[in-house]
Design a protein. Sequence first.
Length: 231
Amino acid sequence: MAEPKPSELMEKIVSLCKRRGFIFQSSEIYGGLNGFWDYGPLGAELKRNIKEAWWRSMTQLRDDIVGLDASIIMHPKIWEASGHTSTFSDLMVDCLLTKKRFRADQIEPQSGIIYHYDGASDQGKQSKEPFSVLLPAGKPPESARKTAKQFYQARGLPEPNLSGERTEPATHTTRYNPENGSLLTESRPFNLMLKTYVGPVESEDNKSYLRPETAQAIFARLFQGGAMNNQ
């Protein structure tokens, strides 16, 4: 019996956890929010037990470690001093078909045939937005046309007639979604910090960030303690 793929195994684990009341995707009834989860009755108990066991092992049973429960919102100058506001970002790309986002440096190079399209039309409506699809060698051209039609359907053409089809070979390209062959956007830097505002007014003076570095409060506290000891 073949071993399940990692993605299939994870899907089975998530499905089991949802059935048993451990976790649920946040806002699931409205389509869910990627990366955010709610803990059900059993999940909440399991999480609390793990936290208590970790806390006892790491702090109560050791003489060289003490606890610190710091605010997740800190002064923005801390993040300026640490370099987070200027450098804490990744180059990201989006799939033009599904809008799924990927880290640019994690796209595996692919080879095959690129099918280019100049646009599409449907009963007087027209889209001149170019699009392209990468197919592995040996895959039928109809697969590329199907993907391209889905792209133009999302742009208001129910029955798109593709135009300007042409092909070119590609070797080790990272410009296409490895999951469906769709063209990806150009890479753009995305700041990984969650911005918020402290107070009732949204202004630059009130701007702050959700703590991107868990240990930053420890560093700040140690620095403050060292400065006080030198006085």
